[in-house]
Each structure stands twice: as structure tokens, then as C-alpha cells.
Design a protein around this ligand. Structure first.
Ligand code: 4AD
Ligand code: MG
Length: 474
């Protein structure tokens, strides 16, 4: 019996048996017990006069217990039901002197250092339940839309994004590796007989699958060795990459917007208790901040707003004009000034567009070819590609996608122009030789969506064990 079931459908006078961890123990009488099934705790009332003192002394925050008793209407305030305890079994003791998670407010930084225990706190258990729910909704959405779930390799020889931010995979002894005639490591001696790395994206392989299955998606871990120590970057994150045959960029923007809204609608429906808790947490946190740093909307209002309103859609050129003529640019407030068409948009620019100018999610499309990956389809103007990014308030980019270059000759010349390693891409080029079709897809960063759904501000706090530069603990 879980505490969730017990609270949802209580039948008074029923005998219950529950297991969980002690949140608090007050006045030698009131145990607040949680088993992870819900953010709500159940109050268990002990008759201390009839309970062994040694046993009482072991009921500390963090200890695990089995409690048997009777469900009764609560005498006290704050809950409608409680368990009248008849028997307690201490499953695992918890030393209150050394247990890091004390029944008080801890900083998120402190909890990050204790990531193995932080899921016992209200905040992290709520975030992790929401994470689980979102993952499930994502699969549900694609299943209902007729997509097939495919698994693309984690170890690969290609650099899908062409950014060179890869973790090497090798079984060679790096201190004793054999060198070739050019004094480079001889990877023909390595496990796979060639240089391999952890994938930065499953897109290229997903394209191959879409060319036979029509609509597919991947949902898996992705690795990037970019040295960005920011609150938005992980070295290991989870990405969802749908890929659709016969879709153009417009179809893809439609799908991406509907997909995000549907998943958030599901969260609002499925995770009500957790959202109410996180909403309140943010309201409390806001009170400690100066007026100008407080949120305009509560978490629940923000989610509701995104679900109910259309995302703005503008081209890169329109975004460029807005930025070029905006106050912060004219007053030289941007670290990277906007003056020439073609510059990459930095997060300060994206935030201005989303948070100050439109105050809603924005899809920017038709980016300059020079700042985007080799596989994106060239537009008729010969300058821009059919790429799109979805930007969210408070987060920045959460989706990156594009229509793919399906024309062999154009793709080949692009690969040459950008100096992409062509020998690893022979099979990718084959897809353009044998029954090529228009197709498109995008990648959604799971953790970035969870940031938005939970109102958390650091990406390290929405994945159980974050991997970031100089940090691979746990
Ligand atoms: O924009 P990106 O690099 O696009 C791709 O990888 C394409 N192959 C996707 C596709 O078209 N199939 O990454 C997609 C998304 C970003 O918008 C962001 O949400 C997330 O992945 N992302 C990260 N999330 C956390 N930490 C990082 N280091 C991330 N890098 C990208
Ligand atoms: Mg991107």
C-alpha cells in the first residue's frame, strides 16, 4: 500500500501497513512519513507511553520504518486522516548526528553535493516525479501520432553536429598507445578498429530509420564535451529527436509546438500535487528577492500561458532587425553587439527577444547557413537554411531542428565547404542516392523542458546525477 493510494481513497477504520522514510518526528508522538509515491506525507500517531523507549529513540528523520495501524480521522489540523500506530518496525536506522538532510531548508548547492540523498527532499522528489511523468507523456504523444520509437547508437564514428565536442571512446592504453607514421595514435589497433566517440545526437541514424519507417523518434542520452559551465548545459543530457519523412520545416514547427504544449498539458493534469508544491516554493523564494527580480507570473500561470497561447514565429532576419534596433543594442548593453546580418545569436539576444520583446515562446527560423550545421536544407536565397530554434522564457533554446538537405549534390558540396569528415558519412549520403525525400526533424533537450515545467533554474537540479565539467561524482 502506498501513501498515495491511502490518501486518495481513505477508508476509515481500515487496517493499514505502510513503509517509508521519516520526514520529522515531533513531541515523541507524531511521525510524518513519506514513501515517495506522492509529495504528501502521512501523519502517524504513536502512543509513546506504550512504546519502548529504545525504539522511540530510533525514529529519527531519514530512518526507514514499517508502520502498521488503523486509519482514523485526524484530531489535529493540517490533515484529514492519520494512522493510529499499533506496531512500528525500524527497517533502517539513521544517525541524526551525521545525516546530511536535516529537517530544515538546505541550499540547492549543498543538496547537489549530496545528490545521492537529495531525492528525499520535497523539492527533488517533486522534480523527479515530474521528470518521470514528462518522459512517459513524450512516449505517449509520439505513439498516438503514429511514430515509431527507435534506438540509435551511443558509440559512433560520426560527429552529427560537426562541432567537435565529443568524448572519445577507446580501450587503448593511453599511456602506451601505438603511433602511426604521422605520429598520431593508431586507432586501427583500437576496439572498433577506428576512432569512436559518444554520440552528440542520434539524428543522422534517425534519418536513416525515417527513410523506411516514415515517422520515428529517439529518446536517449546525448554527450557533449563543450566546456560550458552554465546553468543550461550538461555534458550528459537526454534528447528527444523526432524525424519525419515528407515533412517540411513548416510541418515541423507545427509538430514541435503541439508536442511541447501537449506534454505540458499532461504535466498540469498528472502532476498537480507536485506542481502546487513547486509553485508555492517559488512564491516563497520570490519573497526573499528584490522587487525587480521577482517573477511576473507564478509557475502555474506560466505553464497555463504557454499551453494556451501560440508561439511567436519570426525569421532570423526579423529577429536580427528587432535586435539591431533595440535599446540595449543601441546603448551598447549587449556583450556581443548586433550590427551585421549573419552573426550568431547569443543567449543575451535570445533572452531579449523572448523575455522583453515578445514575452512568450518564440520560434526563430531561416537562419544564416554559415552559423548552422551541414545537414540543413539550403533556401532559394542561397544564404539561409531551413533551420528553426524554439526559445523559451527563462531558459533560451529548448528545441533545435531543421528540414534536411535531401539533394545529394548540394549536401556533398556543403560537406566539402564546411570541411566535415566525409568518409564517416558514406551511408548518410546513400540515403540521398536511394529514394531520397524531403524530410525534417528536431531535437528537444529533456532537461531544458523540465526546467521550464518545474521552475527550477539550474539544469543540475533536474537530472538525478548531473555530469558537468570537473564533476562526475556518484
Ligand atoms: O540544437 P541541438 O544541438 O540540435 C541537434 O542536436 C540536432 N541534431 C537535433 C535534431 O534536429 N534532431 O540540440 C538540440 C537540443 C537543444 O535545443 C537543447 O535543448 C538541448 O538539445 N541541448 C542541451 N541540453 C543540455 N545540455 C547541453 N549541453 C545541450 N546541448 C543541447
Ligand atoms: Mg541548437
Amino acid at each position: 500500500m502506498t501513501i498515495k493510494d491511502l490518501i486518495k481513497d481513505p477508508s476509515i477504520s481500515e487496517k493499514v501497513s505502510i513503509k517509508g522514510w521519516v520526514k520529522t518526528f515531533r513531541a515523541n508522538r507524531f511521525i510524518s512519513l513519506n514513501d515517495g509515491s506522492t509529495p504528501k506525507n502521512i501523519q502517524c500517531v504513536v502512543d509513546y507511553e506504550k512504546t519502548d523507549e529504545l525504539l522511540l529513540s530510533k525514529i529519527n528523520s531519514g530512518a526507514s520504518l514499517k508502520i502498521e495501524g488503523t486509519l482514523v480521522e485526524s484530531q489535529g489540523k493540517g490533515q484529514s486522516i492519520e494512522v493510529k500506530v499499533e506496531n512500528i518496525i525500524i527497517l533502517g536506522e539513521c544517525d541524526p548526528k551525521t545525516y546530511p538532510i536535516q529537517p530544515k531548508k538546505h541550499s540547492l548547492e549543498f543538496l547537489r553535493e549530496n545528490a545521492h540523498l537529495r531525492v528525499r527532499t520535497n523539492t527533488f522528489s517533486s522534480v523527479m516525479r515530474i521528470r518521470s511523468s514528462i518522459s512517459f507523456s513524450i512516449h505517449k504523444y509520439f505513439k498516438e501520432k503514429g511514430f515509431f520509437y527507435v534506438n540509435t547508437p551511443i558509440v559512433t564514428g560520426s560527429d552529427a553536429e560537426g562541432a567537435g565536442e565529443m568524448f572519445k571512446v577507446t580501450t587503448l592504453d593511453i599511456n602506451n598507445a601505438k603511433l602511426n607514421s604521422k605520429k598520431e595514435i593508431d586507432y586501427s589497433e583500437d576496439f572498433f578498429g577506428k576512432e569512436t566517440n559518444l554520440t552528440v545526437s542520434g539524428q543522422l541514424e534517425a534519418e536513416s530509420m525515417a527513410m523506411g519507417l516514415g515517422k520515428v523518434y529517439t529518446f536517449g542520452p546525448t554527450f557533449r564535451a563543450e566546456n560550458s559551465n552554465t546553468s543550461r548545459h550538461l555534458a550528459e543530457f537526454w534528447m528527444i529527436e523526432p524525424e519525419m519523412a515528407f515533412f517540411d520545416l513548416n510541418d515541423t514547427m507545427e509538430l514541435a509546438e503541439e508536442f511541447i504544449k501537449d506534454v505540458l498539458k499532461d504535466v498540469l493534469k498528472e502532476c498537480e500535487d507536485d506542481l502546487i508544491f513547486l509553485n508555492q516554493r517559488l512564491i516563497e523564494e520570490d519573497k526573499t528577492k528584490p522587487m525587480n527580480e521577482r517573477n511576473d507570473l507564478t509557475l502555474l500561470d506560466k505553464l497555463d500561458f504557454v499551453v494556451k497561447n501560440d508561439f511567436e514565429r519570426i525569421t532570423y532576419s526579423e529577429a536580427f532587425n528587432i535586435l539591431k534596433n533595440c535599446k540595449p543594442n543601441k546603448k551598447k548593453k549587449f556583450k556581443f553587439p548586433i550590427n551585421e546580418w549573419g552573426v550568431d545569436l547569443q543567449s543575451e539576444h535570445e533572452r531579449f527577444i523572448v523575455e522583453k520583446h515578445f514575452k512568450k515562446p518564440v520560434i526563430i527560423y531561416d537562419y544564416p547557413a554559415k552559423i548552422k550545421a551541414f545537414y540543413m536544407r539550403m533556401n532559394e536565397d542561397g544564404k539561409t537554411v531551413k533551420a528553426m530554434d524554439i526559445l523559451f522564457p527563462g531558459i533560451g533554446e529548448i528545441v533545435g531542428g531543421s528540414q534536411r538537405e535531401e539533394r545529394l549534390d548540394l549536401l556533398q558540396s556543403k560537406i566539402k565547404e564546411l570541411n566535415v569528415d566525409e568518409k564517416e558519412l558514406w551511408w548518410y549520403l546513400d540515403l540521398r542516392k536511394y529514394g531520397t525525400v524531403k524530410h525534417s526533424g528536431f531535437g528537444l533537450g529533456l532537461e531544458r523542458l523540465i526546467l521550464f515545467a518545474t521552475g527550477m533554474t539550474n539544469i543540475r537540479d533536474v537530472i538525478p546525477f548531473p555530469r558537468t565539467p570537473k564533476n562526475a561524482e556518484f
